[in-house]
Design a protein around this ligand. Structure first.
Ligand code: FAD
Length: 569
């Protein structure tokens, strides 16, 4: 008898006495949990169920499979049923739906999705990792052929076939969040003409609106039609084929296919039926060891509510990193260890037609929603590497930090190069409860083609330090029209002539030392330049000459974004 056969035979013999761990959902959270548990405990029986045809597939790769960037479907399969069996002695039942949980008898009901046959499976420990389902609003036409959501390999396969079979030329993506944007990129890669319909007035809703402006401009420059601030009302069939997406405004957008990407909802049906506690955000309530309100049941991934470490509030965060880490924590808990899940900080990145958008921690709107008031922000637009080395690209960066402690609360960045690297550094600092002083001091890689002696991360920390220690008081962009403040633009006259904040006067930094006496001492001076640097020099000079000087952080570049986002006059 082979070793494998021996193993299976002994598993069968012992299966009635061994501790049984059943896992519902075999992708990010479930598969991580199963594999980790096996590494910790050879004695337990581990059985994983998934109603789909695959386990452990790369959901995050699906948009790129649609776009043919990944052309071989098999590349999406991270691990197979056979690999789980042979390498880890984990049984996998695909196309097997778990339809109920009986907590009294500690058994689940499962159904073969092909035959409809049902059976019961007992557990000692149960892990729920069923994920989150794409939201399909109850609107006319959303079930029409040609309307898709993207969650599974079969979904992506259907979209690919639809594009190929109908020679699709136009698409409407409903929802401008990260899955929607990835679909936009990939549909354009397939040479479709794409429109986005987004209910909010901005794309990428987790960002603060002004940071979404460069993204919006980039999409428009790449030919994406943007219908922002307009929701979906219905989808109709066109005479002669094709679809019409009808917006709430009445706009009618023709499309050969429609992608619904308006968000996901935790799949809590099993948990609710079993009477497990569900939280206010609609996810399963778990403790730091990912244990639900029933001590024999754990839950992980998109289905759970977890603590946002920045705001201290409960949140649902459908991202692969947290799901994987939570699966591992649940496995450790089942194996008797006391590992804790630290909570989430919403670190995310999306690439859109060459532009990178990344964020970590809280946004300003998130902080306000959570009731935070003692915080400040700085904007900066440094090059991704030294300016003297060819090809430097601006990174638009916003850093939020606590006052007076300087604790880093969040950061968002947009640019063509080097964006996610800076956000990852800041994300790591947040993990270690870092402050802006840490960012100012952190020692990062530097050679001309990679960074700068003062990396954008250092600069962000230094600017924030200047705000905290009073070296650079920052004026509030949202109060630009505050009576009494004099707006002084310190750029050169030709730059000023090319566009400036209404009512600003021009006194270039290059002339400030000879002309500063022209400025009034009895008024607040709000200083502006292109990106904030020259205004900072002017702020320091004037402060040391007895003026009340303030910097408009991020300068005219930030002003234009705030204005485009309708946040300032
Ligand atoms: P899932 O990975 O969704 O797995 C749940 C599984 O459970 C599914 O296979 C489902 O069929 C099965 N299931 C559900 N109910 C039952 C039941 N009753 N019985 C049996 N099986 C059941 N995150 C990132 O961090 N970065 C990205 O770039 C990124 N891109 C994404 C792109 C797309 C298109 C999608 C859809 C998601 C993306 N995500 C990304 C999110 C990430 O994939 C999820 O956060 C992660 O997969 C969640 O893991 P999970 O285990 O909770 O759920």
């Amino acid at each position: 008898m082979s070793n494998q056969a021996n193993l299976q035979s002994s598993s069968l013999q012992n299966s009635s006495t061994r501790r049984r761990v059943l896992i519902v959902g075999g992708v990010a959270g479930g598969a991580s949990c199963a594999a980790r548990l096996r590494r910790l405990d050879e004695s337990v029986e581990i059985v994983m169920f998934d109603r789909g045809p695959y386990v452990s597939f790369a959901n995050c790769g699906l948009p790129y499979y649609v776009g043919n960037v990944i052309s071989d479907e098999r590349k999406l399969l991270v691990a197979s049923r056979e690999m789980f069996r042979d390498r880890f002695n984990i049984s996998v039942h695909t196309e097997t739906e778990v339809t109920g949980v009986d907590r009294n008898t500690r058994a689940i009901a499962v159904r073969d999705v092909h035959t409809g046959n049902t059976r019961s499976e007992r557990y000692d420990a149960l892990v729920l990792s069923p994920g989150a389902a794409p939201i399909r609003p109850q609107l006319p036409g959303v079930e029409l052929p040609g309307v898709f959501a993207v969650r599974s390999i079969p979904d992506s396969r259907r979209i690919r076939s639809w594009i190929a079979d109908r020679n699709a030329k136009t698409a409407v993506v409903v929802g401008g969040g990260f899955i929607g944007l990835e679909m936009v990129e990939n549909l354009i890669h397939r040479e479709l003409s794409v429109a986005i319909l987004e209910k909010l007035p901005q794309v990428m809703p987790p960002l603060d609106p002004e940071l979404a402006v460069p993204l919006k401009e980039h999409l428009a420059a790449k030919g994406v039609q943007l219908h922002l601030g307009d929701g979906l009302a219905a989808i109709e069939e066109q005479d002669g084929g094709g679809l019409i997406v009808v917006a709430e405004s009445g706009a009618r957008l023709p499309a050969d296919l429609v992608i619904l990407a308006i968000g996901v909802r935790p799949e809590t049906a099993l948990a609710k039926d079993a009477g497990l506690q569900i939280g206010p955000r609609g996810g399963i309530v778990v403790d730091a060891q990912m244990r639900t309100s029933d001590p024999s049941i754990w839950a992980v991934g998109d289905v759970v509510e977890v603590q946002d470490v920045l705001t201290g509030q409960e949140t649902v965060l459908p991202l692969a990193g947290p799901a994987n880490r939570q699966g591992r924590v649940a496995a450790e808990s089942i194996a008797g260890r006391t590992t804790h899940f630290r909570g989430v900080q919403a670190t995310a990145v999306v690439g859109v037609l060459g532009l990178t958008v990344a964020s970590t921690g809280a946004s300003e709107k998130g902080l306000r929603r959570a009731g935070f008031t003692s915080f400040q922000r700085v904007y900066l637009h440094p090059g991704h590497h030294a300016g003297y080395y060819p090809g430097a690209q601006a990174i638009h960066l916003k850093l939020l930090f606590g006052v007076p402690d300087g604790r880093i609360l969040g950061a968002q960045a947009v640019g063509l190069e080097g964006v996610e690297k800076r956000i990852d550094v800041i994300a790591t600092a947040i993990q270690f409860n870092g402050t802006v002083h840490d960012l100012a001091e952190v020692e990062l890689c530097y050679a001309p083609q990679f960074g700068a002696a003062k990396d954008p991360v250092n600069l962000a920390g230094m600017l924030a330090e200047n705000v905290l220690n009073g070296d650079m008081p920052v004026a509030d962009w949202l109060e630009l029209n505050r009576a009494g403040a004099l707006l002084v633009d310190v750029r050169e006259p030709d730059e000023f002539a090319g566009g400036h904040i209404p009512n600003a006067i021009n006194l270039p930094l290059s002339q400030l030392r000879s002309r500063y006496l022209e400025l009034p001492k009895d008024r607040d001076l709000w200083l502006c330049c292109a990106v904030g640097q020259r205004a900072y020099y002017a702020t320091r000079f004037l402060a040391q000459h007895g003026y009340r000087s303030w910097n408009l952080s991020g300068g005219y570049t930030t002003y234009k974004a705030l204005k485009a986002a309708a946040l300032t006059a």
